[in-house]
Write a new protein. Structure first.
Length: 122
C-alpha cells in the first residue's frame, strides 16, 4: 500500500490576459489542455467536468486529481482566463501551468503562489 498524500502542497492562481478568444470557448479543447497539464505535472486524473455558457461565451471547468485539482474559467470577450492549480504530493503544479500558458499564449500574466497545509500539526 502506498503512503497517503500529505496535505502540504502548492496552489497557483494565474490570471492570464490577452488570449485569442477562439482559444477560450471549447469545452473539449480546454478539457484536453488541462488534462495535458495534469499529465505533465505527474498528477493522477480522477474526473473532469466542463460547462460552456453558449456559443462565443466562456467556459468553466475542473479536472479533479488525486493530488487536488486544476480549474479554469474563461471570458473570451475579454481575452481572459483564470486558472487555479492546487497539487499536493510529488506533483509539480508549475509544469501544468507551463503547458496551459504555452497553449493559450497570453500577452500578460499574473501568478500568485500559495503554500498550503505546511504549517500546523500534520
Amino acid at each position: 500500500m502506498s503512503a497517503p498524500h500529505r496535505p502540504a502542497g502548492i496552489h497557483l492562481l494565474a490570471d492570464l490576459h490577452g488570449i485569442d478568444a477562439a482559444r477560450l470557448v471549447s469545452c473539449e479543447a480546454l478539457d484536453a489542455l488541462l488534462r495535458a497539464g495534469a499529465a505533465a505535472a505527474g498528477a493522477t486524473i480522477l474526473h473532469s467536468h466542463f460547462h460552456s455558457f453558449g456559443p462565443g461565451h466562456g467556459v468553466t471547468g475542473v479536472v479533479m486529481l488525486a493530488e487536488s485539482h486544476i480549474s479554469i474559467h474563461t471570458w473570451p470577450e475579454f481575452g481572459f482566463a483564470a486558472a487555479d492549480i492546487f497539487m499536493c504530493g510529488d506533483a509539480a503544479p508549475q509544469l501544468a501551468l507551463d503547458v496551459i500558458e504555452r497553449a493559450l499564449a497570453p500577452s500578460a500574466r499574473s501568478v500568485q503562489t500559495i503554500s498550503r497545509g505546511a504549517a500546523g500539526p500534520i
